[in-house]
Design a protein around this ligand. Structure first.
Ligand code: FCB
Length: 477
């Protein structure tokens, strides 16, 4: 349990709390043609005209593949106790199947060993969206055989790294992969069909369950869980129609994933809705939901902002509309609302609805475009405020009895932000892309101070939650 605010007014976190940062392979590594790496769907997608802002690609990006040692030194200097990165499936199995590529394994061996030497816990994600293109050519996440391929790939990762890795993440944000990749066409592989998105989401969830099962039989110690992007959802008004819309949107983004993972069953209202709007759910077979619900050890929660919805229809018939950012709520440089209080509410809700599963905040962060001045300092005060208020929000959840065991800031480095390319900067560390030079921003130093104190100094305030009228209309679970 958390120790309460101490005599010096510091809000302390429990002993052993993990303080981490996150990255993902395609976003930071670069070196896409080196050491036998195969093509991924993001290589193909980012090179297609018009898909990514400014035609940016992950070919070089932050060059972590070559600069990992420097990056580990930076993490050590910040005092971090954990690093969440992802294994690039096409580095390990260039065509998505078969014997692992030794050079790909060797890269992650070097990284993992260096982290351990520095006392930083390596926390790899098995899948952060860079599916081998060879598997996409056979149907990718629309084809059930990809689940088997993933279970095989996962087993090979457990065999290669399981002697040193104690914390594993299976699939990153199946909702984003399915919705942006298959319904909205904004992410790879760029499809636009709700029916396909539902199918892909099911196979991504199955892949999670199959990986957990493979881990249990691998003989390795350690813990494993999925990473979900959860958006606390509020109705725009007290009307019954808006409340209904909020419940639907919450079902689509949150419950469709939480329920099979944590209860072993899809929510009945969403099965009905998808069946009605997107046609028969023939990819879901008997026993699937139970496989997805194979008990995992923790839940990874990615949180960026809240969602407010009202009654209406999406372009493809989903019965709600997402409201634009409210003018009276502070926003980041991408226009996302800063709503730390909603993070506390989200965590409490997950505990209330799904019990005491340990939670890791696997991503939380914000875009600010400040760059270094002549003195090398990046005065990113917006990011500092975001960081502190969200850490305070996590602390409040812990005080309320939610078993949060770690917090990973997104991201260590500025990097390739998917369809947004390099115009979004999420890093605690500024990256000068032409030279690869790294400079720790003031927010990085602020995070180091939080880590050193294992908590927050007294002056940090946190707003309590969403505006009162929205709190009253929060989507019921
Ligand atoms: C999440 C992704 C991560 C990063 C952040 C900003 O949806 O998991 O890779 O892009 O958003």
């Amino acid at each position: 349990m958390t120790e309460p605010t101490d005599a010096a007014g510091v809000r302390r976190f429990p002993g052993g709390f993990l303080w981490g940062v996150g990255t993902s392979s395609y976003q930071v590594e670069g070196a896409v043609h080196e050491d036998g790496r195969g093509e991924s769907i993001w290589d193909r997608f980012s090179h297609a005209p018009g898909r990514v802002v400014n035609g940016d690609t992950g070919d070089v990006t932050a060059d972590h593949f070559h600069r990992w040692a420097e990056d580990v030194e930076i993490m050590a200097a910040l005092g971090l106790s954990a690093y969440r990165f992802s294994l690039a499936w096409p580095r390990i199995q260039p065509a998505g199947r078969g014997r692992p590529n030794p050079a790909g394994i060797a890269f992650y061996d070097r990284l993992i060993d260096a982290l351990l030497e520095r006392g930083i816990r390596p926390c790899p994600t098995l899948y952060h969206w860079d599916l081998p293109q060879a598997l996409e050519d056979e149907g990718g996440w629309l084809d059930r055989s990809t689940v088997d391929r993933f279970a095989d790939y996962a087993s090979r990762c457990f065999d290669a790294f399981g002697d040193r890795v104690a914390t594993w993440f299976t699939v990153n944000e199946p909702w984003v992969a399915a919705t942006l990749g298959y319904r909205l066409g904004i992410h790879a592989p760029g499809r636009r069909d709700l029916r396909l998105a539902v199918r892909a989401s099911h196979h991504l969830l199955l892949a999670h369950g199959a990986a957990v099962r493979a881990f249990r039989t691998s003989g390795h110690d350690g813990r494993i869980g999925v990473v979900l992007s959860l958006a606390p959802t509020y109705a725009a008004s007290r009307s019954a129609a808006d409340a209904e819309a909020a419940r639907g949107s919450d079902g689509y983004t949150n419950r469709w994933f939480l329920e099979p993972v944590l209860r072993g069953a899809y929510p009945a209202d969403m099965l009905e809705l998808f069946g009605r709007i997107a046609g028969p759910l023939d990819s879901i077979q008997p026993g699937d939901a139970e496989l997805i619900g194979t008990p995992s050890d923790f839940l990874g929660v990615n949180y960026y902002t809240r969602r407010v919805v009202s009654a209406g229809l999406s372009h493809d018939g989903l019965p709600w509309r997402v409201e634009p950012a409210a003018p009276d709520v502070p926003r980041t440089d991408t226009g996302w609302e800063m709503t730390p209080g909603c993070l506390t509410e989200l965590l409490v809700r997950v505990r209330d609805d799904y019990g005491d599963i340990p939670i890791l905040i696997t991503e939380n962060g914000s875009v600010w475009l400040d760059s270094p001045g002549p003195d090398g300092r990046t005065p990113d005060t917006g990011r500092i405020a975001f960081l502190r208020t969200h850490v305070a929000a996590v602390h409040r959840a812990i005080e309320g009895g939610v078993p949060v065991e770690g917090y990973f800031y997104w991201s260590l480095l500025d990097n390739f932000e998917w369809a947004e390319g390099f115009r979004s900067r999420f890093g605690l560390v500024h990256v000068d892309y032409p030279t690869g030079r790294r400079l720790v921003k003031e927010s990085g130093k602020a995070y180091a101070a939080i880590i050193a104190a294992n908590g927050l100094l007294p002056e940090i305030v946190v707003e309590s939650g969403p505006p009162e009228e929205l709190a009253a209309s929060a989507a019921p679970a």
